[in-house]
Structures are given as structure tokens and as C-alpha cells.
Design a protein around this ligand. Structure first.
Ligand SMILES: Nc1ncnc2c1ncn2[C@@H]1O[C@H](COP(=O)(O)OP(=O)(O)OP(=O)(O)O)[C@@H](O)[C@H]1O
Length: 263
């Protein structure tokens, strides 16, 4: 049984050399909610997720999981609670898809322990959830981009954590699997997990997320309900794109004015 978790960046700062990447950034992901992070390329979205996963440490401020600073967790204890689907990843060696997905179970095993029945069940459930059971015995390195992305998501699911951090999870996926992965992410949130996903598509953010956080130049610009936050003014200011916002189905759709020949 996974434990409920809430994860927050509190006034964090982060720099690489003289480059200030994140500045006084506070961002809270709440248990049972799907938070989407949007923002221009290079604004610090992946850096924020990596910091939430404990892979990098803030130079200022702190990261807090269930009220406890992340610094107090061992790497393994943290991996049992927080999973990160990275934007891309090399597949090590000649792993089969089942072995790749099994890597999601490392946090639940000890050096000496063999894979348990619980590990096997979690791997099978993850393969089925991402509809990749037919690929299970194939070498992961030989998969197409979309197949590999679904297998990497299965690995993330197999980790069975309370918090899932998904960096552009729909990358490489055709429409069916894009919506499939977002449906799955929302279902996980509804079932009590904490889901944070970096998304570039406002329509997807608006349709699937409970909340959206907008980052720009390492700072939080806005956070709230997607249809309220993602308005024409914000999109023009933050992304430099003039759009017409169309509200339907409780979501907001941004149509570029250049495509409508309105500019
Ligand atoms: N290892 C690194 N060394 C130097 N600069 C880095 C490093 N990692 C990230 N950066 C810089 O930090 C900034 C934020 O990067 P980050 O990957 O968090 O952006 P992002 O919002 O996820 O972008 P994208 O939408 O393009 O994926 C960028 O300017 C990037 O060049």
C-alpha cells in the first residue's frame, strides 16, 4: 500500500556557475491532485522536477515531503515514495523490456533479495497499464521512440510510489497513447497519488490537470485552475504568442492568431 504524500519546493534557489536557474521558487504538489507545470523552453521545469525527486539540492530554500525536508531521507527511502519519469534516458545494456520495467522495483529490494512475488505482480501490472505486455521479452534498446516511452512509464509505475513526477510524458506518443498516459496519470491522482507533469500542450494541461503552475525564467508566474490561469494575456506575456482562448468542456483551448490569419 502506498502512503499519501505531498511534495513542495519552498523558496528554492538553484544556480549553475553564474547562471541562476531557479529563483525563490515555491511550488506545492498536493496528494490526490494532478499538477501540470508549463513554461517556455529552458525556464526550469525539468530542474524543478529533478529537485523534487532529490536528484539535485537547492542552494537556498528547501524541498519538503509530507512536512519533512528531503535532506532527511535516504536515497532508497525517497525512491520508495517519489518516482521520476525523465525526459529521455539511455537504456542500459541489452535489457529486455521486462527487465527495464523491473528496474522500477530496485527501491523495494535489498542487495541480496531476489525479486519477490510482489515485485513480479507490480511489473506485470505496469506492463498491462501501459499496454506493453506484448513487448515484454523484446530488447528495450530496439524499440521505437513511442514504444520505449511507454515502457519507461511502465518502469515509473512499477516503482509504486505516492508521488509521480512526469517530465513531458506524452513525448513520442501518438494521439491514442498521449491521452492514454494522461488518463492513467489522472486516474492515479484520483486514486490518491500525487501527480506532477511537465506538459507543453495547454489543451492537455487544461483537460487533465487540477492545477497548472506557470514558470518563466526560473520563477513561478501563476498557479491555479488551468482554465483561469491560462488566459490570452499570460500566454502572450510568457510565451510571446498571440492566441484566441476558446472555452469548452471546462477547458481552455488556445488557437494561435497567426494560424487564423488574424495577425
Ligand atoms: N547541467 C547543466 N549545465 C548547465 N546548464 C544547465 C544544466 N542543466 C540545465 N541547465 C540550464 O538550466 C536552464 C533550465 O533548464 P531545464 O532543463 O530545467 O529547462 P526546461 O524548462 O525543462 O526546458 P525544456 O522545455 O526545453 O525541456 C536552461 O537554461 C538550461 O540550459
Amino acid at each position: 500500500m502506498i502512503s499519501a504524500s505531498s511534495l513542495a519546493l519552498q523558496n528554492v534557489g538553484y544556480r549553475i556557475g553564474s547562471h541562476q536557474i531557479l529563483s525563490d521558487l515555491s511550488l506545492a504538489a498536493t496528494q490526490g491532485r494532478f499538477l501540470a507545470i508549463v513554461g517556455p523552453n529552458g525556464c526550469g521545469k525539468s530542474t524543478s522536477l529533478r529537485m523534487m525527486a532529490g536528484l539535485i539540492k537547492p542552494a537556498a530554500g528547501q524541498v519538503v515531503l509530507d512536512g519533512q525536508p528531503l535532506a532527511q531521507f535516504t536515497r532508497k527511502a525517497l525512491s520508495r515514495q517519489v518516482a521520476l519519469l525523465t525526459q529521455s534516458g539511455q537504456v542500459p545494456g541489452n535489457l529486455s523490456v521486462r527487465e527495464l520495467v523491473g528496474m522500477g522495483r530496485f527501491a523495494h529490494q535489498t542487495v541480496l533479495s531476489r525479486a519477490s512475488a510482489q515485485d513480479d505482480a507490480a511489473i506485470e501490472a505496469a506492463l498491462v497499464a501501459m499496454d506493453v505486455q506484448d513487448l515484454a521479452d523484446r530488447p528495450a534498446a530496439a524499440l521505437s521512440g513511442g514504444q520505449l516511452q511507454r515502457c519507461r512509464m511502465a518502469m515509473t509505475l512499477a516503482q509504486d510510489t505516492g508521488v509521480l513526477l512526469l517530465d513531458e510524458p506524452t513525448t513520442y506518443l501518438d494521439l491514442r497513447f498521449q491521452y492514454g498516459i494522461l488518463d492513467k496519470a489522472r486516474a492515479l491522482a484520483r486514486a490518491g497519488r500525487t501527480v506532477v507533469a511537465v506538459l507543453h500542450d495547454f489543451t492537455q494541461a487544461s483537460l487533465y490537470a487540477d492545477e497548472v503552475a506557470v514558470l518563466s525564467q526560473g520563477r513561478l508566474v501563476a498557479q491555479g485552475a488551468p482554465a483561469a490561469v491560462l488566459d490570452e494575456r499570460l500566454v502572450a506575456e510568457v510565451f510571446g504568442v498571440r492566441t484566441q482562448a476558446v472555452h469548452a468542456h471546462g477547458a481552455v483551448f488556445h488557437v494561435p492568431r497567426s494560424a487564423m490569419r488574424l495577425d
